[in-house]
Design a protein around this ligand. Structure first.
Ligand SMILES: [Fe+2]
Length: 290
């Protein structure tokens, strides 16, 4: 094809898929839609070449910022509401299992393994409120699930995750726990606070271009896994937070809002929260095992 036009270029590029090499069916499906939507986007806004170059530079800068401690592309996807959309497409709510929400850019692999009831706090802050967080993990029939791996992570009272704060110990406010024989999990922590997502570089540039703010409502992150069940990635929000209705990454769901209550004296902490989770069976794993 030597005569591409604004009208035929989309078909020309799509037709070229697989002409000189293998394209898997899924890649063909994804790339066909990507090319079509990308071209339609450019036609719709009459994208100018300088704007295209700005976009290339923006993505290059986002890539240069990313490493094992900072994941700028997840952040950009979050700000655009893209990660929450992909999460809902991957884990559609069924009204029974706990709802998932975005992983976000702050998860770290291999958190410290802790016994039930241990504290994830390695450094204390003057303004912290201590919490005892507990609950049960069950299946859809209400049966308790034991030995479920529960990863938790949160920001410190200064609004920073440890991997973005050189003054916090490595893996502060992160832990991996297991449910006991009754499906119960528990840990000590500090009340997470509302925080701005990192807006010093490309993420901030995008937020400002959108006329939005960078704040996220306070939340505790969870990743809950057990063989034979779908991995649940979720967050528990604070019912009193002022940003519940305008989260900068659009991740709040009503069913994930928890209540912090004053703790009974014998708990030895300021606040107490109970939050249960329901896992859904992983059909793919079950069928593969049969
Ligand atoms: Fe977070």
């Amino acid at each position: 094809m030597r005569n591409v036009t604004t009208e035929n270029v989309t078909d020309v590029v799509i037709d070229a898929l697989g002409k000189h090499g293998e394209v898997t069916p899924r890649n063909r499906e994804i790339l066909t839609a990507l090319i079509r939507h990308l071209h339609d986007f450019a036609r719709e806004v009459k994208l100018q070449h300088g704007e295209f170059l700005y976009g290339c530079d923006f993505l290059a800068r986002a890539g240069q910022l990313s490493d094992d401690k900072r994941q700028e592309f997840i952040l950009l996807g979050d700000i655009l509401g893209f990660e929450v959309l992909v999460d809902m497409l991957t884990h559609p709510a069924d009204g029974t299992a706990s709802e998932s929400t975005v992983l976000g850019p702050f998860y770290r692999e291999n958190p410290p393994v802790l016994p039930k009831g241990a504290s994830i706090v390695q450094k204390h802050f003057d303004n912290e409120e201590t919490i005892y967080f507990e609950g049960y993990v069950r299946d859809k029939d209400g049966n308790s699930l034991k030995d479920v791996i529960v990863d938790v992570w949160e920001d410190a009272p200064n609004g920073l995750y440890e991997n973005h704060d050189p003054d916090q110990p490595d893996y502060n406010l992160r832990g991996r726990l297991k449910t006991d024989e009754n499906g119960h999990y528990a840990f000590n922590a500090v009340r997470p606070v509302a925080y701005p997502i990192p807006d010093d570089h490309t993420a901030g540039e995008l937020i400002r271009a959108m006329g939005h703010h960078p704040m996220r409502p306070s939340h505790m992150h969870f990743m809950i896994q057990k063989d034979g069940y779908r991995r649940l990635i979720s967050q528990v929000f604070d019912s009193r937070d002022e940003y519940l209705d305008n989260d900068s990454v659009f991740a709040v769901k009503e069913s994930l809002i928890g209540q912090y209550k004053p703790a009974p004296k014998e708990m030895g902490v300021d606040l107490h929260i109970e939050f249960d989770f329901v896992l859904t069976e992983d059909e793919t794993a079950r069928l593969a095992a049969e």
